[in-house]
Design a protein around this ligand. Structure first.
Ligand SMILES: Cc1ncc(C[n+]2csc(CCOP(=O)(O)OP(=O)(O)O)c2C)c(N)n1
Length: 805
C-alpha cells in the first residue's frame, strides 16, 4: 500500500548544493511575503504565490532536464525561479503587470501573476530548439486545464521514440523528455483530472503528475473534494505492478511523500524520473503535509476558515522551516551561517522587487512628463480653457500613475479644447493617438500570426479522366496525400484508426501509414483536444477529431481557454497549430444535427473557424492550414459524405485562402449570405425564386473566422441592395454576427433598400426525423418565403402575397 518515503541522508548532492537549495527556497518565500505586501499596499492588484510548496518545487526542478516540459499551475514559483523560466525579479514584474517582454517575458504583462510560460518561439515566429530549453507550457487560470495539455506533451515523447520517420528538428532526443504536471488537491475533483490520468495511463506516456495536497481548495477541505479525503488512496487502482517490459500491464507508479521532507522528495522524484525517462512509465506523486503560510491568495485570509490547530500545525510543518532544522541536525550548516545568509537573501529579494518596480514605473512616468509638457505648451498658447492647468497638476500629483490615467487626462483636456484650434492642440491629439495605438498593440497583439491569411489560392484542376466520387472519398484522398507528404501529421480520435472514422474519411489510412500516425482514442473529447495542444507545442501537426460537432462542448473549454488564447496570452511566445476536425450542421436528431456555430465563434477568437460546403473545399482548407502555424476548427458537412464530387487531379495541392467568400450563384435582387449545408438549400430556393422572377445572389462565406476580409459581401450588396443572412444556428447567433460584419463593419447599411433579414434555425434543438428537421431548420420553402417577402414589401404589385400570414 502507500509507499511513503521517509527521510534519507545519503543524498546525491554536495553540501553546498543543499545549502544553495535552502536559500533558493528561503528567497522564494521572501518574495511571496513581499509580493503579498505589495498587493495589500495597492501596488499590485492580485497575488497568488508558491509559499508552502518551495521544497517540493526544488526537488522537481532538480530532476527536470532540458527538453522536459512542465504543465502546471501557480504554485510552481520556486521551481520556475530555479530553472530561470521566471526569476523572482520577473515575478515582481508580472505582479505589477509590466507589459514589456524585456521585463516580463512569460506573458508580456498579460497573465495574472504566477502564470508561467517559456518562450519557444523567436520574435519572427520561428521555433527554438526545445531540447536546449526548460520548457513550460503557458499556464491558464481555470484549475485543471493544464491536465489535458499534459497528455499531449507527454504523448509526443512516445511518438518521437517510436515513430522513426518523424523529423526531430530540436524537438526531442529519442523521446527521453518527461512532462511534469502539477495540480492542486482540490482540482483532482474535476473531470479533467480523471480523464487526463486515465489517458496518460492508457497511452503510457512519460508524465509525472504531482498533486500538491495542502488539504484545502481555497476554503473547502478535502472532505468535500474527494472520496476518502485522499487522492492517493482512491488512485490505487491505477497502480502498476513492478514489471518493466514493453508488454507489462499499463499503469502508474504511485508515490506519496511529505512536502517538508527534502531528502525524501529528492529521492521520490529521481526515482519517478528514471522510470519515465527510461521506460516511459508515468508516475503520480501525492505530496502531502503541505501548508499555505499566507492562505490561498491575496483575496482572503485563511484564518477565516482554518481551525486554530491546523494553523498551528502549518507553522510547525512549514517546509522551509523544516528544511532549515534538518540542515542543522544533519550538520550541513549552522544556525549562525544560515541566519547570516538569510539577511543577505532578504536584501537581495528586496533589491529585485525595487528594480522591478522602478523598471515598471519609469516609462509611464516618462509618458506622464511628455503629456504634462504638451499641456504646458497649450496653456502657454492663449486662449486656453482654465482646467488644463488643473489636469496638469493632477497628473503631477500621481505617485504611480497608470497609463489609463494619462489617457483619460488627455481625453479630458481634448474635451475642454473642443472649440479651440491651434498647433499645440494637434500635438496633444497626435500624442494620444500614438499612445492609444501603442497600448492597443501592447495588450492586443498576437491573437493570430496571420500566416494562414497569406496562403494563396490553388484552384482544383480537372481532366477528362477525373473520377466522380463520394464526398468521403474526396477527403480520404486528401488525407492520403497529407499523410504521405508530411510525417509530422498525426490523426487521431474516436474511431479514426481501425475504422477510418465514422464516415470513412480516414478509411485505409491506418493500414497504410501505421497505428502511430492514424490512431483510435477513447471517448474523451477534452483530452483529445488537450492531446492535440501538447503535441502541436512539440512540433507535431495533429489533426484531432471530435466525432460530431454536438460533442465539441466537452472540449470547448480546453479549446477556448487554452488553445485559442495561447499565442495571445504569451504575447507571441508560444503557439499550437492544432487542426480540429469535426462534422455537423445537419443530419438526424437532436445531437447529430447541431450547428452551434455562434457558441464556437464567440469562444475561440484566436482560432480560425472554417465551414466548407463540400468535401473538395474541406480538402483545400486542410492544405491551407498545414501551410500555416495557426490553430483552426473545420466543420465538415455531415450530409455531404455521400454526395458526389469530382476528384481534382491536384487534390494534394489545392488551397483556399481564408476569409474569402465565394459567390456561388449570381443574381441582382437579393443577396443570401450563408455557409455549410445551407448553401445547397439556398441554391435550391434560388431556382424556385427565379421561376417567379426573383434573381438571388448566393454567397458562401466559407470561413466564419476570419470573415470576408476583402469585403466581397458588401460588393454583392451594392448590386442587390437587399440581404438575407441564412444559417442553422439559433436566432441571434451566427446570422446576427454575419449581419454585424456586413452592415456595421463593411458599412453595408448604407446600401440597403429593404430591412435586412436573418433566417436561422429555431431556438430549440433540431427534432428527430425528416419532419422534425423540416420544422426545426431553414428549408427551401422558408428561404423562398423570406426572400419573396422582401420583394413583396418592395413591390407589392409585382410580387403579390402568395399565402396569407
Ligand atoms: C475551473 C475553476 N474553478 C474555480 C476556480 C477558482 N479557484 C482558483 S484556485 C481554486 C482552488 C484550487 O485549489 P487546489 O486545486 O487545491 O490548489 P491550491 O490553490 O490549493 O494549490 C479555485 C476554486 C478556478 N480558477 N478555476
Amino acid at each position: 500500500m502507500p509507499k511513503k518515503k521517509g527521510s534519507a541522508t545519503a543524498l546525491p548532492l554536495e553540501r553546498e548544493e543543499i545549502v544553495k537549495d535552502y536559500h533558493l527556497a528561503f528567497r522564494s518565500r521572501q518574495a511571496s511575503l513581499i509580493g503579498r505586501r505589495e498587493v495589500l499596499s495597492g501596488k499590485a492588484k492580485f497575488g497568488i504565490f508558491g509559499d508552502g510548496k518551495e521544497v517540493a518545487n526544488i526537488a522537481i526542478a532538480r530532476a527536470f532536464r532540458k527538453g522536459d516540459w512542465r504543465s502546471g499551475y501557480y504554485r510552481d514559483q520556486t521551481w520556475m525561479d530555479m530553472l530561470g523560466v521566471m526569476s523572482l525579479r520577473q515575478m515582481f514584474a508580472q505582479l505589477y503587470a509590466h507589459a514589456d517582454l524585456a521585463a516580463e517575458p512569460n506573458t508580456g504583462g498579460r497573465g495574472m501573476n504566477a502564470h508561467f510560460a517559456s518562450r519557444y518561439l523567436n520574435a519572427d515566429g520561428t521555433w527554438k530548439s526545445q531540447v536546449e530549453m526548460y520548457n513550460t507550457s503557458s499556464d491558464v487560470s481555470p484549475t485543471g486545464t493544464q491536465m489535458p495539455r499534459a497528455v499531449g506533451l507527454a504523448y509526443a515523447s512516445v511518438l518521437y521514440r517510436h515513430l522513426k520517420s518523424l523529423p526531430v528538428n530540436g524537438f526531442s532526443k529519442g523521446g527521453d523528455e518527461i512532462t511534469w504536471a502539477t495540480v492542486g488537491n482540490a482540482s483532482t475533483a474535476e473531470g479533467m483530472f480523471w480523464e487526463s490520468v486515465n489517458a496518460i495511463g492508457v497511452l503510457q506516456a512519460p508524465a509525472i503528475i504531482t498533486v500538491y495536497d495542502d488539504g484545502y481548495g481555497i476554503s473547502v477541505p478535502n472532505q468535500f473534494q474527494m472520496v476518502k479525503e485522499n487522492i492517493f488512496a482512491i488512485l490505487q487502482g491505477f497502480q502498476r505492478d513492478d514489471c518493466l517490459e514493453e508488454d507489462c500491464e499499463r499503469g502508474f507508479d504511485l508515490q506519496q511523500v511529505r512536502g517538508w521532507d527534502y531528502a525524501a522528495l529528492l529521492e521520490t522524484y529521481q526515482h519517478a524520473a528514471s522510470l519515465a525517462r527510461q521506460h516511459h512509465i508515468p508516475s503520480l506523486v501525492h505530496v502531502i503535509e503541505l501548508t499555505q503560510p499566507q492562505g490561498h491568495s491575496t483575496s482572503g485570509s485563511h484564518e477565516r476558515y482554518k481551525p486554530a490547530e491546523r494553523l498551528k500545525w502549518e507553522e510547525e510543518f512549514d517546509c522551509v522551516r523544516r528544511m532549515r532544522t534538518w540542515l542543522i541536525e544533519q550538520g550541513i550548516s549552522t544556525d549562525e551561517e544560515l541566519s547570516k545568509a538569510e539577511q543577505e537573501d532578504r536584501r537581495t529579494v528586496e533589491g529585485w522587487r525595487k528594480a522591478a518596480w522602478d523598471a515598471y514605473l519609469a516609462p509611464i512616468l516618462e509618458e506622464r512628463d511628455q503629456l504634462v509638457d504638451i499641456l504646458a505648451e497649450i496653456v502657454a498658447a492663449a486662449p486656453q480653457p482654465p482646467e488644463l492647468a488643473e489636469i496638469q497638476q493632477r497628473l503631477l500629483d500621481l505617485q504611480a500613475p497608470f497609463r489609463r490615467d494619462l489617457h483619460s487626462a488627455a481625453h479630458e483636456a481634448l474635451r475642454g479644447l473642443r472649440n479651440t484650434d491651434h498647433p499645440a492642440k494637434q500635438v496633444l491629439v497626435q500624442w494620444k493617438v500614438q499612445q492609444d495605438e501603442a497600448s492597443l498593440a501592447r495588450y492586443g497583439s498576437d491573437l493570430y500570426s496571420n500566416s494562414a491569411l497569406g496562403v494563396e489560392e490553388v484552384k482544383p484542376v480537372y481532366s477528362p479522366g477525373s473520377p466522380t466520387l463520394m464526398g468521403f472519398e474526396i477527403v480520404n484522398a486528401a488525407f492520403d496525400s497529407i499523410l504521405s507528404r508530411d510525417p509530422r501529421v498525426i490523426a487521431f480520435g474516436e474511431d479514426v484508426g481501425k475504422l477510418g472514422d465514422v464516415n470513412q474519411g480516414f478509411k485505409g489510412m491506418q493500414e497504410k501509414y501505421g497505428e502511430w500516425r492514424v490512431t483510435d482514442t477513447g471517448i474523451r473529447e477534452a483530452t483529445i483536444l488537450g492531446q492535440a495542444i501538447g503535441m502541436a507545442m512539440r512540433g507535431l501537426r495533429p489533426i484531432c477529431e471530435i466525432q460530431y460537432l454536438d460533442y465539441l462542448l466537452y472540449a470547448i473549454q480546453v479549446m477556448s481557454d487554452d488553445l485559442a488564447t495561447l499565442r495571445w496570452r504569451t504575447a507571441g511566445g508560444q503557439a499550437a497549430p492544432v487542426i480540429v476536425r469535426t462534422r455537423g450542421h445537419r443530419l438526424e436528431g437532436i445531437w447529430h444535427s447541431g450547428s452551434l456555430m455562434a457558441g464556437i465563434i464567440h469562444l475561440v477568437r484566436g482560432m480560425h473557424v472554417l465551414v466548407p460546403r463540400d468535401m473538395t473545399r474541406a480538402a483545400a482548407f486542410y492544405n491551407t492550414l498545414l501551410k500555416s502555424d495557426e490553430p483552426a476548427i473545420l466543420v465538415e458537412v455531415l450530409n455531404g459524405y455521400r454526395v458526389k464530387e469530382r476528384l481534382p487531379d491536384n487534390i494534394g495541392e489545392i488551397t483556399i485562402p481564408l476569409g474569402v467568400p465565394e459567390v456561388i450563384r449570381e443574381g441582382s435582387d437579393v443577396t443570401i449570405v450563408t455557409y455549410g449545408a445551407c448553401c445547397r438549400i439556398a441554391l435550391e430556393a434560388a431556382k424556385t425564386l427565379a421561376e417567379v422572377g426573383v434573381e438571388v445572389e448566393v454567397v458562401d462565406v466559407q470561413t466564419l473566422l476570419p470573415f470576408d476580409v476583402r469585403g466581397r459581401i458588401g460588393a454583392s450588396l451594392k448590386k442587390t441592395n437587399r440581404i438575407l443572412f441564412l444559417d442553422e444556428d439559433v436566432p441571434g447567433g451566427t446570422s446576427a454576427y454575419m449581419m454585424q460584419e456586413v452592415l456595421e463593419k463593411q458599412g453595408g447599411y448604407a446600401r440597403l433598400d429593404s430591412p435586412p433579414r436573418t433566417l436561422p434555425g429555431k431556438p430549440h434543438r433540431p427534432a428527430y426525423g425528416s419532419d422534425g428537421d423540416y420544422w426545426s431548420k431553414p428549408n427551401p420553402e422558408t428561404v423562398f418565403d423570406a426572400v419573396y417577402d422582401m420583394m413583396h414589401e418592395a413591390d407589392p404589385a409585382a410580387f403579390p402575397k402568395i399565402s396569407s400570414g
